[in-house]
Ligand binder design. Structure first.
Ligand SMILES: Cc1cc2nc3c(=O)[nH]c(=O)nc-3n(C[C@H](O)[C@H](O)[C@H](O)COP(=O)(O)OP(=O)(O)OC[C@H]3O[C@@H](n4cnc5c(N)ncnc54)[C@H](O)[C@@H]3O)c2cc1C
Length: 405
């Protein structure tokens, strides 16, 4: 396949910007079109953890049972919101299909491999010089309040050990020195020492600067309204910026990617998974925390502390964002009471693009010669984006592609 001369990337989240950089490094002329600002979507409000240890997908038989309970419970890890048009049933069906016994055994090594490759990519970027984005090997500490949850955590740690994920247990009496300031009663903890962290906003700023240095044309306030096509080729994108002819098109519009796939006669199975975060001054934490029984992650990007939660699949509201934020605040206050949760720097709600089986959708769009998709990274978009970008680069530049997820 001849080398593509140019590519248009729809969406400037961590995925779109990583794709733009990879393509520009391969001498492809890239334009990124972003409706708002660079990194203004899910790539802004997240915890900033790079977690090869988090490679067991949601879609496992145990998770399905938890998920069914979750539909009923209001404090569950995964909650299905009423879906406009009844789409939640279709998502559940896909989740159930992805829960076939053993399916996760194929998915987990792949997620770990992509996350590990991405950490290498970020490390190389950081080594190229400033501006810094607080990349560090932070580890990730999961703390458990109940014996049942701890038992399940240990079983998962053993499964992941077979994939090379290192871990160690901590006793409750180790926690004051491992996680200073953490309040609550815990029966045990598991440390994954090979997980990393970064500051999402600083990363996005760095990706934008790097892309621009490489000659990428990043257009903000440029919402794509239509794709024009002839036969099996997309020929142009249209919006307030006019009509831009294109060679290759990469759809990386976060959870909204599904809309474009449907317009092109495909179903990507990408759903919005709503999440929440509250950011306060303080930190750094000695180690980012996964408070398992409360379904809460606390990280410390730069000189801030951020609590994140929520995996509400669907759009229409069960609870309002406000109610979810208040639940998050109350949990964060009880866990780290010395921080100023009542006067935060930011409260955020937004949607990440989820697939039912946990694997991102990266590859050529069926039936189209020059359209690719890179989306559906779910809970792991920061962790996986660079490796996905390399797959896109290989597909567009005609190099050997990795097998499609
Ligand atoms: C609470 C929470 C915590 C998380 N924590 C982590 C974590 O610790 N580690 C991790 O790896 N992942 C985490 N994630 C997941 C991660 O944030 C996402 O997977 C990732 O940010 C998705 O990136 P994206 O580029 O696909 O989407 P986005 O960042 O949402 O970017 C999509 C972009 O496309 C633009 N766009 C959409 N439609 C158009 C259009 N028509 N025209 C132009 N532009 C358009 C949007 O404006 C947006 O900027 C978390 C997510 C949440 C919600």
């Amino acid at each position: 396949m001849p080398l593509a001369r140019s590519a248009t990337v729809l969406g400037a989240g961590v995925v779109g910007m990583s794709v733009a950089i990879e393509l520009a490094r391969a001498d492809v002329a890239v334009t990124v079109l972003e409706r708002g600002s660079v990194g203004g979507g899910a790539s802004h409000g997240n915890a900033g953890l790079l977690v090869p240890s988090h490679c067991l997908p949601l879609a496992r038989p145990a998770a399905l049972l938890d998920g069914v309970a979750a539909i009923l419970g209001s404090d569950a890890p995964l909650r299905l919101r009423p879906w406009q048009g009844g789409g939640e049933l279709s998502w559940l069906a896909r989740l159930a299909a992805a829960c076939r016994p053993g399916a996760w055994r194929r998915i987990a090594p792949r997620l770990r491999e992509l996350a590990t490759e991405s950490i290498g990519w970020y490390s190389q970027l950081a080594a190229e010089g400033p501006p810094d984005f607080d990349l560090q090997r932070s580890g990730w500490l999961s703390v458990f309040a109940t014996r049942g949850a701890f038992r399940r955590g240990l079983a998962d740690a053993l499964r992941k050990e077979r994939l090379g994920v290192r871990w160690q247990t901590l006793r409750p009496e180790d926690l004051p020195s491992a996680a200073p300031g953490l309040r609550g009663s815990f029966v045990g903890a598991i440390l994954h020492p090979d997980d990393w962290a970064l500051s999402p906003d600083r990363l996005m700023n760095r990706l934008q600067l790097t892309a621009q240095r490489l000659g990428v044309h990043v257009r903000t306030a440029a919402e794509v309204a239509e794709i024009e096509y002839r036969g099996r080729r997309a020929t142009a994108v249209c919006g307030p910026f006019g009509v831009l002819p294109l060679d290759q098109l990469v759809l990386s519009a976060g959870w909204e990617t599904e809309r474009w796939l449907r317009r092109l006669g495909n179903r990507g199975g990408i759903w919005p998974g709503r999440g929440y975060s509250i950011t306060v001054p303080g930190g750094p934490l000695k180690v980012p925390l996964n408070v398992v029984d409360r379904h809460l992650v606390i990280s410390s990007p730069g000189d801030r502390v951020r609590a994140t939660s929520g995996l509400d699949v669907g759009l229409a509201s069960l609870d309002s964002d406000r109610e979810q934020i208040e639940k998050l605040r109350s949990a964060a206050k009880s866990l780290l009471p010395h921080l100023t949760w009542d006067s935060p720097l930011e409260e955020w709600a937004g949607s990440r693009p989820m697939t039912a089986n946990g694997l991102p959708a990266v590859g050529r769009v069926k039936g189209w010669e020059n359209v690719l998709v890179a989306s559906g990274h779910g809970m792991l978009g920061m962790s996986l984006a660079p490796a996905s970008a390399r797959i896109v680069r290989r597909l567009i530049t005609g190099g050997q592609a990795m097998p499609r997820s």
